[in-house]
Design a protein around this ligand. Structure first.
Ligand code: SF4
Length: 494
């Protein structure tokens, strides 16, 4: 498919729209000058912009599968943003006409839906106003308008309370990028701790991590910043031993002023890493919330995705966590996994609801470049998966059983262009998840693959990245500390 631009080079949004319809295709790009004409053959989309002083003429002509669709419009807003947006919309309408396909999120591709709802609410729009803006401007379905609106409504009081802290709090993220084995769909920087080389580097990693925690605490204290949430993620933090986890947690507690911390999460994502000893150690050191993730309760699907545990092991780990006194447990599941079916997904959903965790996060499979599944044939097959039926079922059942949607995010390449949604029983919302998704609070991150996101007093966002792999993190640790020192410069620069 050739994408041809005349009078513009609005590649970013238009390509994203085309990927909705043709997810596994590669596109060619051609930029025409004023007098040029395109005389290529085959499928193509010609996107033309003509701008005068107070008016822009935007037109799109798509040739696809031997059929043609053509749409044009005039706009008084001649800014690039507006013209690119309108061109993407016309392209979506042409492709919809030619393929018969529509997408539930319409042309909301690179935008966070809930952020968009908050913006509309701030402009004074009520529920009806928000729905009609999402429907008419972005072509979002009623169903998705409702989820995005409900999510924003749950978040609103929490975000209002955060504003009262005047930007003086932050979330602390501790990265433990190790897992017992690697899942086939994994797109994180996580290393299997089975290999001797990785096992060997863990002690030095912990040593350095504790150093970085202490240095970071000195920097944040000097800026008058205090953590209000702590989050250990990865990877699977519980890949480490009870003693290793306790040591890192003690370092956090001894280094930071923990007086404002109301939420302390540790991902115990893989049931095969959960033991009573580890649960006791993390509970004793301040953890208030954990995540134990089955992904599916179907053992054959677990095997197909390379998870080295069973559904029974998940139930045992969950039970252990309850016995250890955890009264806020999250469980993650994934819609659209290879070999999973709507029936088996339904059974997973029902099984989890019976277990009654405080939150259930429903992910949709995202196929990223780094995952083993990303061969183009497999990708094409997954794009036809019944994931949207699964997500609809989850939405219906969770809503009926007292769970509310409280955070949402979308990634590129998600099966059926769907989303990930965190569902929660009232008053168990994870503040960390809301703040990070809505980009309203500074996240200070330590460890390999950690990325610090500074929300500065002027509203700008700056990022500081650590080395991705533990081996580089260990070898170039001096640089890690130097980069951390930049936090101070960002907060104090005029
Ligand atoms: S548990 Fe998560 S981070 Fe670890 S390999 Fe599996 S998907 Fe990746």
């Amino acid at each position: 498919m050739q994408l041809i631009y005349k009078g513009n080079s609005f590649k970013y949004q238009t390509e994203a729209v085309m990927k909705l319809f043709l997810p596994a295709q590669r596109f060619g790009f051609t930029y025409l000058d004023d007098g040029d004409t395109f005389d290529g053959e085959g499928d193509s989309a010609l996107m033309t912009l003509e701008r005068a002083d107070n008016c822009a003429d935007i037109s799109v002509t798509v040739f696809f599968g031997g059929k043609t669709s053509e749409k044009q419009m005039k706009s008084e807003d001649i800014s690039d943003d507006s013209c690119e947006f309108l061109m993407s919309k016309l392209l979506y309408l042409c492709m919809s006409e030619l393929t018969g396909m529509t997408f539930e999120w319409g042309i909301l591709t690179g935008v966070r839906p809930v952020k968009q709802v908050h913006r509309l609410m701030e402009k004074g729009l009520d529920r009806e106003g928000v729905f009609s803006a999402l429907r008419e401007k972005y072509l979002v379905t009623e169903n998705k308008c409702s989820i995005a609106y409900q999510t924003a409504a749950v978040q609103k009081p929490i975000l209002d309370r955060l504003k009262l802290t005047g930007g003086k709090t932050f979330g602390l993220y501790v990265s433990i990028p190790f897992c017992p084995t690697r899942c086939s769909y994994c797109s994180f920087i996580s290393q299997s701790a089975q290999g001797a080389a990785v096992k060997k580097l863990i002690p030095l990693y912990i040593e350095n991590l504790c150093d970085e925690i202490r240095t970071t605490a000195e920097i944040t204290a000097s800026l008058g910043l205090k953590p209000d949430t702590v989050y250990f993620g990865g990877g699977t933090p519980t890949t480490l031993s009870a003693e290793q986890l306790a040591r890192i947690m003690r370092t956090v507690a001894e280094s930071f002023d923990m007086s404002l911390v109301t939420e302390y999460t540790i991902e115990a994502g893989r049931p095969d890493t959960v033991t009573a000893e580890k649960l006791a150690a993390i509970k004793e050191n301040g953890c208030t919330r954990i995540s134990v993730n089955p992904q599916t309760l179907n053992n054959s699907v677990l095997q197909a995705i390379g998870r080295s545990h069973t559904a029974e092991q998940f139930f045992e780990s969950f039970e252990l966590a309850r016995k250890a006194g955890f009264n806020s447990i999250n469980t993650d599941i994934i819609a659209g996994l290879p070999t999973d079916t709507p029936e088996s997904f339904r059974a997973t959903m029902d099984g989890l609801i019976r277990l009654s965790p405080e939150s259930i996060t429903v992910h949709t499979l995202s196929i990223k470049r780094s995952a083993n599944l990303n061969s183009s044939d497999e990708k094409q097959a997954f794009m036809k998966s019944p994931a949207s039926l699964m997500v609809d079922h989850a939405t219906e059942q969770l809503g009926k059983n007292g769970y509310l949607p409280y955070y949402m995010y979308r990634q590129k390449n998600m099966v059926d262009n769907l989303e990930n949604i965190g569902w929660v029983k009232p008053s168990h919302e994870s503040l960390y998840n809301i703040y990070i998704m809505e980009e309203v609070q500074t996240i200070i991150a330590v460890g390999a693959a950690a990325s610090t996101k500074l929300v500065l007093p002027d509203g700008n966002i700056e990022r500081i990245f650590n080395f991705k792999y533990p081996v580089d993190y260990n070898m170039r640790f001096e640089t890690v500390l130097k980069r951390k020192a930049e936090i101070k410069n960002f907060f104090t620069k005029k």
